[in-house]
Ligand binder design. Structure first.
Ligand code: SF4
Length: 432
C-alpha cells in the first residue's frame, strides 16, 4: 500500500482541507503516515498570510525531499496559489495545486509519478463562482470536526493576501451543510466547528437569501450534536439573532473570535477595516451584557505601516481595558501584491519586534486574568485527547481543562470543578 504524509500550515480552513485530502487518498487505498517518516507522497498544505508561513512552507518542502528523494511532493494551499512559479522552482516539487481542484489531487500526484513530469494545476482563482463541495471522509476516533461552509473574501483589508489566494465569496448550500453535519455526527464527532475564510459573509453570494444564522440553525437541527463552535467572525457581522441563539441553545458555544487588528482608529482606517475602536467596544460590551461568561478572543497586528508610538500606545490601552480571553499577536508582514506593502511609513523590523513583545506580554496578562476568574467554578468539559496520564478538553467558553486520564474518557461531556492553573489552561476534578 503506498504511503502518503501530510503537513499543514496556517488556519483552521487549511486543517479542514487537509482532512478532506487525507480522505481522498484513503479512498484510493493509500496509507496515511506521519510527516517525519519516509513516504511515497508528501502533501504540504501551505500558508501565505505572513513571510514566516511562506518560509516554513519552503522548509517543509525541503524536509520532505530529504526524507525520500524519490517521493512525489505535492504543494497546495495559499502559497502555491499566489506564487506558483516560486513553488515550482523549489527542488523536489512535483505537483502544484492552489486553493481549488483539491478533489483532483490524487490523480495529479499519480500523473506526476507515472509521467516523471512536473504538474502545475494552479488556475485563476478569481474566476471561481461556486463553493467546491468535496465530501469529508470522516476520521473516526476524534471528538471535534471542522465543517467548511464558506470560501473566499472580498473585504480587501490592505495588509491581507487572502482575497488573492482564495478568490470571491462562495457559500456552501444549506442542504449540503445539513448532510455533512449529519454524517459527521453519525461518524461519532461530538463537536462541529463551522469554518470559512470570511464566515460572517456566509450566504451573500446567494443574493442574501440566507445568512450565517441560517447555517447555524441548520447544524443545530441535528439533535444528537453536542456542541457547535464558530470560527473567526468580523465584529460588524455579529447579528443579534446569533447571540439570541447562544442564549437559547446551550450547544452553541459561548465563544467568539472577533479580530480587532488594531486599537487605533487611524490604523484601522489605513487597514480598510470597517469599524472604529468605539464601535468594537460597544459591540463587545453589548454581547457581554447578554452573555457574561462568553469568551471573546481577538487578533492584533502591530507595526502596521504608519503606526506611530502614540498609535501603538493607544492600542495597548484599548486592549488593556477590554476583557479579551485570548489575544493572538502578529507583527505586520509586508506581502507584495497588497496595498499596504507600498504604503509609506513602514515600521522597522526592530520596532515591530519590540511592539510584538510588549503586546504579547499584555496578552499573557489578559489570558491569565480570564482563566483566574473561573477558578473554583464548575463547568462542563468535552474531553478530547489523552496524552499519557492526563486528558484534556474544552469548556463552551474555550478554557482548556486537564484532568487525570482515569477520571474521564475521550468524547465524554463531564461537569468539572476548575481547581488551579495548569499549563495553558486549568486542572480540574470531576464535580460531584
Ligand atoms: S477579512 Fe480582511 S483579514 Fe480577513 S481574510 Fe478578508 S481581507 Fe483578509
Amino acid at each position: 500500500m503506498p504511503r502518503v504524509a501530510f503537513t499543514t500550515l496556517g488556519c483552521k480552513v487549511n486543517q479542514f482541507e487537509t482532512e478532506i485530502m487525507e480522505g481522498l487518498f484513503k479512498q484510493r487505498h493509500y496509507e496515511v503516515g506521519p510527516f517525519d517518516q519516509p513516504a511515497d507522497v508528501y502533501v504540504i498544505n501551505t500558508c501565505s498570510v505572513t513571510h514566516l508561513g511562506e518560509r516554513k512552507s519552503r522548509q517543509l518542502i525541503r524536509r520532505a525531499a530529504r526524507l525520500n528523494a524519490d517521493a512525489v511532493i505535492a504543494v497546495t494551499g495559499c502559497y502555491a496559489q499566489v506564487s506558483p512559479e516560486q513553488v515550482e522552482n523549489i527542488p523536489g516539487v512535483n505537483v502544484i495545486v492552489g486553493t481549488k481542484d483539491r478533489d483532483k489531487i490524487v490523480d495529479l500526484v499519480e500523473q506526476a509519478a507515472f509521467s516523471h513530469k512536473k504538474v502545475n494545476a494552479v488556475t485563476d482563482i478569481m474566476k471561481m463562482q461556486e463553493f467546491e463541495d468535496i465530501p469529508l471522509f470522516a476520521a473516526p476516533g476524534r471528538t471535534r470536526a471542522f465543517l467548511k461552509i464558506q470560501e473566499g473574501c472580498t473585504n480587501y483589508c490592505t495588509y491581507c493576501i487572502i482575497p488573492y489566494a482564495r478568490g470571491p465569496l462562495r457559500s456552501r448550500p444549506l442542504g449540503s451543510i445539513a448532510g455533512e453535519a449529519r454524517k459527521l455526527v453519525k461518524a461519532g464527532f461530538k463537536e462541529i466547528v463551522l469554518t470559512g475564510i470570511h464566515l460572517g459573509a456566509y450566504g451573500r453570494d446567494f443574493s442574501g437569501s440566507v445568512n450565517l444564522v441560517d447555517a447555524v440553525k441548520t447544524v443545530l437541527a441535528v439533535k444528537e450534536l453536542q456542541r457547535l463552535r464558530l470560527g473567526s467572525l468580523e465584529s460588524v457581522e455579529v447579528a443579534d439573532e446569533l447571540i439570541d441563539l447562544m442564549q437559547q441553545d446551550g450547544r452553541l458555544c459561548r465563544h467568539l473570535h472577533l479580530p480587532l487588528q488594531a486599537g487605533d482608529n487611524q490604523v484601522l482606517a489605513a487597514m480598510n477595516r470597517h469599524y472604529t475602536v468605539a464601535e468594537f467596544e460597544a459591540l463587545m460590551e453589548a454581547i457581554m451584557n447578554r452573555i457574561p461568561d462568553i469568551a471573546i478572543s481577538t487578533d492584533i497586528i502591530v507595526g502596521f505601516p504608519g503606526e506611530t508610538e502614540k498609535m501603538f500606545a493607544n492600542g495597548l490601552q484599548v486592549i488593556d481595558r477590554l476583557p479579551f480571553s485570548r489575544i493572538h499577536v502578529f507583527p505586520y508582514s509586508r506581502r507584495s501584491g497588497t496595498p499596504a506593502a507600498a504604503f509609506a511609513g513602514q515600521v522597522s523590523e526592530e520596532q515591530k519586534k519590540q511592539r510584538a513583545a510588549a503586546m504579547s506580554k499584555l496578552a499573557e496578562k489578559k489570558s491569565l486574568q480570564y482563566k483566574q476568574a473561573y477558578l473554583g467554578r464548575t463547568m462542563e468539559v468535552l474531553f478530547e485527547s489523552a496524552d499519557g496520564a492526563a486528558i484534556d478538553g474544552l469548556t463552551v467558553n474555550y478554557l482548556r481543562v486537564y484532568t487525570s486520564a482515569a477520571a474521564v474518557g475521550e468524547g465524554k461531556l463531564q461537569p468539572m470543578r476548575l481547581d488551579r492553573l495548569y499549563l495553558d489552561g486549568i486542572w480540574g476534578t470531576v464535580a460531584d
